[in-house]
Design a protein around this ligand. Structure first.
Ligand SMILES: [Zn+2]
Length: 164
């Protein structure tokens, strides 16, 4: 199962009840070139993304009903601003950033967590997980990292999408 996620959502995110709208968006050529209907859809979807932890359903009809659209939502038009995230590959940015966790930090996290998954205490197939994903503004510092087994890590992402 896939979901849609705004790129660089951090610049818009404020709380689950509010978004921040940088005025520079008006200067962004990709935004300027959108038909007005798509512009308004984009803004509504940003608000929706704030409420859904930046994990939107890929289904346009579902999006239309969630934002109360009277015109069809064209996902293709929003492409420069969103990316498709697959559950099998949790988050492309997250995966790239994982490479940047220095070995010393990995070891420190594993030792801190007793070499076991923090959720089910399994000692096999361990992965270092970003508690707050990189794509949601998390970093690769030790306090934001935890040891999870592969199964619990996948389950964490399924739960995220189940909120949709
Ligand atoms: Zn586990």
């Amino acid at each position: 199962m896939d979901y849609l996620s705004f790129r660089n959502f951090r610049q818009f995110e404020r709380t689950r009840r509010e978004i921040r709208l940088p005025c520079d968006l008006l200067l962004d050529q990709r935004f300027r070139e959108l038909p007005d209907v798509w512009k308004s859809h984009l803004l509504c979807l940003l608000m929706l993304a704030a409420r859904m932890d930046n994990a939107l359903p890929v289904n346009p009809h579902k999006l239309e009903s969630l934002i109360g659209a009277t015109e069809p939502v064209e996902l293709e038009g929003l492409r420069p601003f969103v990316r498709y995230v697959s559950l099998d590959q949790p988050c492309e940015e997250d995966r790239a950033a994982r490479i940047h966790i220095p070995d010393s930090v990995r070891v420190a996290v594993l030792v801190r967590d007793g070499g076991r998954c923090r959720r089910c205490h399994s000692a096999t197939n361990l992965e270092i997980d970003h508690i707050v994903p990189i794509c949601k503004g998390g970093d690769s510092e030790e306090p934001n990292l935890q040891t999870l087994c592969r199964r619990c890590n996948r389950r964490k992402w399924k739960k995220l999408v189940a909120r949709i």
